[in-house]
Design a protein around this ligand. Structure first.
Ligand SMILES: Nc1ncnc2c1ncn2[C@@H]1O[C@H](COP(=O)(O)OP(=O)(O)OP(=O)(O)O)[C@@H](O)[C@H]1O
Ligand SMILES: [Zn+2]
Length: 753
């Protein structure tokens, strides 16, 4: 039996249908008919639909042409939740594109665009309950409450301790606290009121407004070019290549100002926000005086804050959005400008599902929105440099520091020639020790970098600096204890572990590595009078720790800042006149085709922290491989020279940016199953993939077991990323692996671990 409505649909084939993505963990997509009563359904709209025996919610992916076969079988959409689509047409298009390019279900990208808290109606409540203490209990009452009603006593205590003696009900423990609060209200201790919510994540922070600086000649030219691109229909992505301290930020700020004054909106992407509090502060200070407020998209926002920020961006109350890679999905409308600050930074790559490169999506989004995009860096990625050199991107340059300072002098210190019997041997050279002493005596500041990114599993000779590398890929081989072999993680090449250095015959060849904690202890011994702080992954786990330490350093309450690559980013401290790199080689010894590029970027960036004030800066780089290209080009601040040489190598070895490279990883808690399945999949791929897609022989991942799962990998190369995505996903799907196997395909991979 057909319902009258379905009958109606049957009679009028012109009625349309919609393909709908159902909310929920799985990626269900179904077609539903649009009933005559519901008008104006567009892609991106949120709807209510019947699903089995209950009502579900979902997002319209597309409106489909009606077909005869549908008529009787389609269920009807129940309700349009809001008349306007939650997802704009360009964002919808971006989701579609990304889903194909990165071989990930479209729902994963839809979730990035409309995050969970935004889809939950409950966060739209604009009021909340506020509890205010009126009178403190007498000593007597307190004793009584403590005994009879300990919950009430503790609520009074919390209120008495809090600023303004006021807390929200949520802060007091949510609805569970309501009954004891009501009881206390009756006794006259407190009041409960319903108040408008202000969920401003920067509440309580103070920003001194700044005004635009007078640009120097180079900055002026760059700004002019960016503004011209904003105003012309014919656009091209722009690389803003400016040396450290050249004042790129000032160009961004004035370009954003121009955009906003034209009534458009602007998106600013920055590397991990918690590590770049200073950059954030500079944007906020300037924009506090602009029309159209700023939304900051931290990962640490509460659900309520996220809801509010999202809606204020979408409604246009906030016309400037700043955030990390995920902000590329921010629902800005009438977008005029996207800035990707430190575009080379690794944090733009999302390493969990959906895997994507935020910088690349920013370029795509700009194209779809007709917006200008500026990728800025002192050390652009080779991908971006390649695009600039082939004319796909326009290049603007700032070759001098903003107010005439010189770039710091960089000295390379060959650790092979350092005396081995010295007290701090292998960690602190005599020269660096003396340089630090000098800064301490003069009251100047020092930054020390320990690039511990590297693995202690590669082989390096301490006498000659030789790294054992793959014959086919020129990448360091990684030691695998289980097989007692050195393995190349790109091509699967295996080698026996040499007992002596193949280069100088030294038998000292060993696994390298020392960590920040050990170095901190050594430094404390070497400079007992120095005020020293360390920043690394362990420290940054504590809330606000990085911000606080950087604040102290800025206020010159610290003499030495020791840290991993976390401290190399965007810091502008005029008191720093010395930068020391403890072991420049650690980043070179990892099985990663970008090891050299990353080391060059890191050294150049951290060196650029020195001499930004009135005093000149000095940089000392300790290394066992003083002739490595990354180190030599960094010494001369020579980004172009490095790029020439490295791009040449990449071309020879057919590495990115000359090909697209994907990493295929198979994981399982059962080692044999993982290995066997990986080989089965590999054979399938070899047999079925078209000849332009190359697959490497599987090998255990450099981290062969993690979170209880064994991991096996192959790398896949092709000139078309889309072809990898399509063809390989087909084979993965056809393999029909069981639930105890997880297969991931990382297109344009950055991590080979
Ligand atoms: N036109 C200008 N006149 C004077 N000072 C300027 C000017 N432009 C920028 N500055 C100052 O120069 C310093 C360096 O600028 P900024 O931090 O923007 O450089 P950057 O190119 O972003 O550097 P990095 O890549 O190292 O982060 C800042 O203290 C900034 O205030
Ligand atoms: Zn190899």
């Amino acid at each position: 039996m057909q319902t009258p409505q379905q009958q109606n649909l049957f009679d009028e084939p012109a009625v349309r249908a919609a393909r709908i993505l159902i909310d929920g963990a799985s990626d269900l997509v179904f077609d539903y008919a649009i009933p005559p009563g519901i008008e104006g359904i567009l892609p991106g709209c949120r709807v209510e639909i019947p699903l089995r025996h209950h009502t579900a919610t979902g997002t319209v992916l597309e409106i489909t042409e009606p077909q005869d076969t549908w008529a009787g079988s389609l269920k009807l959409i129940r309700r349009l939740i809001a008349p306007e689509p939650l997802i704009s047409a360009p964002l919808m298009e971006m989701a579609r594109w990304a889903s194909q390019y990165y071989a990930a279900p479209i729902e994963q990208f839809i979730r990035c665009i409309v995050p969970e808290p935004v889809r939950q109606e409950k966060h739209s409540e604009k009021t909340h309950k506020v509890v205010r203490l009126l009178a403190k209990p007498s000593q007597e009452d307190e004793t009584r409450l403590n005994k009879r009603a300990p919950r009430q006593a503790s609520i009074l205590h919390l209120l008495a301790e809090s600023p303004d003696r006021t807390l929200t009900l949520k802060e007091l423990g949510g609805t569970a606290a309501l009954t004891p609060c009501r009881a206390l209200e009756k006794q006259g201790y407190l009041t409960i009121t319903e108040e408008e919510q202000h969920r401003d994540p920067s509440a309580g922070e103070d920003y001194l407004p700044t005004s635009a600086l007078k640009l120097n000649e180079e900055q002026e030219q760059a700004l002019k070019a960016v503004v011209a691109d904003i105003e012309h229909a014919d656009k091209k992505p722009i690389l803003l290549q400016g040396v450290t301290g050249s004042g790129k930020t000032e160009v961004y700020l004035q370009a954003v100002e121009h955009t906003v004054r034209q009534g458009k909106s602007a998106l600013i992407l920055v590397p991990e926000i918690s590590l770049t509090p200073q950059t954030l502060q500079r944007f906020k200070s300037r924009f506090s005086s602009l029309p159209g407020s700023v939304a900051i998209l931290h990962s640490s926002l509460s659900d309520g804050e996220r809801f509010d920020e999202w809606h204020s961006i979408r409604e246009g109350t906030a016309r400037i959005a700043i955030g990390p890679r995920s902000a590329v999905f921010a629902p800005l409308r009438n977008l005029g400008l996207i800035i990707v600050d430190e575009e080379h930074d690794g944090s733009y790559k999302q390493e969990s599902a959906p895997r994507y490169q935020g910088r690349d999506l920013a370029v795509l989004r700009a194209k779809l929105e007709g917006a200008t995009v500026v990728l800025g860096s002192a050390t652009p990625s080779l991908e971006t440099l390649h695009n600039a050199r082939t004319g796909k991107y326009a290049t603007l340059r700032l070759d001098r520091r903003a107010d005439g300072q010189t770039l710091p002098l960089i000295r390379i210190l060959d650790m092979r020639t350092e005396a081995k019997d010295k007290k701090y041997a292998g960690v602190l050279s005599e020269r660096l020790r003396m340089a630090i002493d000098k800064r301490l005596a003069r009251g100047e500041q020092t930054i020390l970098l320990l690039n511990r990114r590297g693995f202690a599993r590669s082989l390096q000779c301490p006498d000659c600096g030789h790294n054992v590398t793959c014959a086919h890929c020129a990448l360091p081989l990684t030691y695998h204890i289980t097989e007692d072999r050195l393995i190349c993680h790109l091509c699967g090449y295996r080698a026996i572990v040499p007992r002596e250095c193949p280069e100088c015959r030294s038998s000292n060849i060993l696994l390298q590595g020392f960590g920040t904690q050990k170095v901190e202890a050594i430094l404390n011994r070497a400079f007992p009078q120095a005020r020293l702080q360390r920043i690394d992954a362990d420290i940054s786990r504590r809330k606000n720790a990085v911000r606080d330490i950087l604040g102290q350093f800025r206020a010159r309450k610290l003499d030495i800042l020791l840290g991993t690559q976390m401290i190399a980013k965007g810091l502008d401290f005029p008191g720093v006149t010395l930068v020391g790199v403890l072991n420049a080689d650690l980043g070179l010894c990892i099985p990663d085709l970008r090891a050299s590029e990353r080391t060059f970027q890191l050294l150049t960036q951290v060196a650029g922290r020195a001499g930004r004030g009135d005093l000149d800066g000095e940089v000392i780089i300790q290394t066992f491989t003083p002739h490595a290209a990354a180190i030599q080009f960094a010494r001369r601040h020579d980004t172009d020279g490095f790029a020439d040489q490295e791009l040449d190598l990449r071309r020879q070895f057919e590495h990115p940016p000359y090909v697209h490279l994907a990493v295929l990883t198979l994981r399982s808690t059962k080692e044999e199953l993982a290995e066997y399945s990986m080989h089965t999949l590999y054979r399938r791929l070899v047999k079925n993939l078209p000849p332009d897609i190359l697959v490497s022989e599987p090998a255990p991942a450099p981290i062969p077991k993690a979170y209880g799962q064994y991991r096996f990998q192959s790398t896949i190369k092709s000139h078309s990323a889309r072809r990898i995505a399509t063809c390989v996903s087909q084979e993965i799907a056809a393999m029909n692996a069981g639930d105890d196997i997880i297969i991931t395909l990382d297109i344009d991979a950055y991590s080979f671990m």
